[in-house]
Design a protein around this ligand. Structure first.
Ligand code: UN1
Length: 476
C-alpha cells in the first residue's frame, strides 16, 4: 500500500484505491491510500504552519531542491514512463516523453527561483523610495487531471515551490501512481516537513476541503469545465486566488495551399495521439474545399496504418481510452454524430486485443455541419470532425465559432494567412504548421474564453499566479 505524504511523514489514508491498467484490467498497478477528512485537515494545517517559515527560505535552497528532483526524474524516466503508461494508457514513448518534460520543468523552475525580480522607483514625494517586490502567495492547493499524470503536477508543483509556497497536491483519482512516485522523490529532496504534501483522494473529500478552507490561499486547477466552475464559485466566495485550465474544442484549419504531408501529420497527431485525451487536441479540422477530398483521403489512409493497442507494446501508436466512463462518453458522442448525420469516414468502433483494455479505433467524421452537437462539445477522446470551409475567411470564422479558446492551428504556406490567423484566432495559443497539441515547457500556457480563467501557467508567466506583490515606501 502506497501511503500519503503529509507533514514530512508517510501517513495512512482513510481508504485506498486499486489502480488497474486501462490496457489490461488484469494488470494491477498498485494500491494507493486515499485521504479522508482527517488526513486533509492534517495536511492543510501542516502546509499552513510550514508556510510561515518556508516563505522566507533562501532561493538557493529552493533551486537546489528543485534541481535534485528534476535530475532524479530524468535519470528514472524509463521506469517512471512505464509506470505512467501502465496507469494512464498513453504509449510508452509518449509516457517517457512526458516524464522527460516533468524533469525539464523542475530544472527550469530551479533556475526561475533565482530570477524573482522586483522594481525600484523614486516616489513622487521627495526623500522616499518605492520598492515593488514579489512574495509567496502562501499555501497552494493543486488539483490535477488524469491525462498528464506527471507533467501537470510538475508544472504546478515546481513553480509553487520555486516561489516560496507550500503545496497540497491532489492527483486525479484515476492516476495516483505517478504523483506518488513524484512525491517519493520530493520527500527525499530536503524540504522541511509540511512544505509539500500528497493528499490523494476523491474530489468531494479532498478537493472540496481544499477549495473551501481559508488556510489555502490559492487553487490551481486543471480539469473539466463543470468541476472548474464549481472550484471557481467556491474560491470566489472566499476570495481565494484561483487559476483554471479547462476544456478545448480546438480548430485546425487546413488551407488549400498547405503542404499536404504537414497538414495530415498535424491532424493525425493533434487529434488522435495520446488517444485524443488532451485539452489541446484538434477536434475540429476545418478544411478549405479545394483540398478537401485529397486531405480526407490522405488522413483516412494514414489512420488505417496506425496501430491501436496495449500502451507498453512496441509499435503501438495509440493506447487505450483511460477508463470505462470515458469510453462510454466517446461512444455516446460517436452515436450522436451518426444520429446528427455526420459521415463516419474511419473507425469509431471498439477493438478487441489480447488483453482486456478500453481500445477504441480513432473516429474521423467528415462533411460535418458546425451546428452539430459533436462539433461543439468537448469529447476528450480519439474523435475528430472535419468541417468544410469555402475559403480562408470562412475557415477563420468557423475556427472562432466556439465557446472555447485554448489552441488554434493553421496549416498553410502563405505568410499572409498565417499572420492574419495569428492575429485573429481567439485562442491563447496559435500553432502554424504544427499540431495544436504538444507544447513547450518554458513558455506561457493557457487559453481565452471558456478554456481558462486566471493567470497563465508555465514559463515566465508562472510567477504571476504563484506570487503576490508588495509595494514598500521607504523614507530615509
Ligand atoms: C500538451 O498538449 O502538450 O490537459 C499539453 C491538457 C493540457 C495540457 C496539454 N492542460 O491536455
Amino acid at each position: 500500500m502506497k501511503k500519503l505524504w503529509i507533514n514530512g511523514e508517510w501517513t495512512d489514508g482513510a481508504q485506498h484505491t486499486t489502480v488497474r491498467s486501462p490496457s489490461d484490467r488484469a494488470d494491477v498497478v498498485g494500491e494507493y491510500a486515499t485521504a479522508g477528512a482527517e488526513q486533509v485537515e492534517t495536511a492543510i494545517a501542516a502546509a499552513h504552519q510550514a508556510s510561515l517559515s518556508w516563505r522566507h527560505s533562501g532561493v538557493q535552497q529552493r533551486a537546489d531542491a528543485l534541481d535534485l528532483i528534476g535530475t532524479e526524474i530524468q535519470a528514472r524516466k524509463t521506469e517512471l514512463g512505464t509506470l505512467l503508461a501502465r496507469e494512464e494508457g498513453k504509449t510508452l514513448p509518449e509516457a517517457i516523453g512526458e516524464v522527460g518534460r516533468a524533469a525539464a520543468i523542475f530544472k527550469f523552475f530551479a533556475q526561475e527561483a533565482l530570477r524573482i525580480r522586483g522594481d525600484k522607483l523614486a516616489s513622487v514625494r521627495p526623500g522616499i523610495e518605492v520598492d515593488v517586490s514579489r512574495e509567496p502567495v502562501g499555501v497552494v492547493g493543486i488539483i490535477a487531471p488524469w491525462n498528464f499524470p506527471i507533467a501537470i503536477p510538475a508544472w504546478k508543483v515546481a513553480p509553487a515551490l520555486a516561489f516560496g509556497n507550500t503545496v497540497l497536491l491532489k492527483p486525479a483519482e484515476l492516476v495516483p501512481a505517478s504523483s506518488w512516485a513524484l512525491a517519493e522523490i520530493i520527500s527525499r529532496a530536503g524540504l522541511p516537513p509540511g512544505v509539500f504534501n500528497l493528499v490523494a483522494g476523491p474530489g468531494r473529500v479532498v478537493g472540496e476541503a481544499m477549495v473551501n478552507d481559508r488556510r489555502v490561499d490559492a487553487i490551481s486547477f486543471t480539469g473539466s469545465v463543470a468541476t472548474g466552475s464549481r472550484v471557481l464559485a467556491a474560491c470566489a466566495a472566499r476570495r481565494a486566488k484561483v487559476q483554471l485550465e479547462m476544456g478545448g474544442k480546438n480548430p485546425l484549419v487546413v488551407l488549400a495551399d498547405s503542404d499536404l504531408e504537414v497538414a495530415v501529420n498535424a491532424a493525425v497527431q493533434g487529434s488522435f495521439y495520446s488517444t485524443g485525451q488532451r485539452c489541446t487536441a484538434s477536434s475540429r479540422i476545418i478544411v478549405e474545399e479545394a483540398i478537401y477530398g485529397r486531405f480526407v483521403a490522405a488522413v483516412t489512409e494514414k489512420l488505417g496504418q496506425l496501430k491501436v493497442g496495449h500502451a507498453l507494446h512496441a509499435g503501438v501508436d495509440i493506447g487505450p481510452v483511460v477508463d470505462q466512463s470515458q469510453l462510454d462518453q466517446d461512444l455516446r458522442y460517436i452515436q450522436i454524430a451518426k444520429d446528427e448525420g455526420a459521415k463516419l469516414a474511419f473507425g469509431g468502433e471498439r477493438l478487441q486485443r489480447d488483453t482486456d483494455g478500453y481500445f477504441l479505433n480513432p473516429a474521423l467524421f467528415v462533411d460535418c455541419d458546425p451546428a452539430m452537437q459533436h462539433t461543439r462539445e468537448e469529447i476528450f477522446g480519439p474523435v475528430a470532425s472535419v468541417i468544410p470551409a469555402k475559403n480562408y475567411e470562412h475557415a477563420l470564422q468557423l475556427a472562432n465559432d466556439t465557446e472555447f479558446g485554448l489552441t488554434a492551428g493553421i496549416c498553410t504556406t502563405s505568410l499572409k494567412y498565417a499572420t492574419h490567423f495569428r492575429r485573429h484566432a481567439r485562442a491563447g495559443m496559435v500553432m502554424v504548421n504544427v499540431p495544436t497539441a504538444g507544447v513547450d515547457y518554458h513558455v506561457p500556457f493557457g487559453g481565452t474564453k471558456g478554456s481558462s480563467y486566471g493567470a497563465r501557467e508555465q514559463g515566465s508567466a508562472a510567477v504571476e499566479f504563484f506570487t503576490t506583490m508588495k509595494t514598500s515606501y521607504i523614507a530615509s
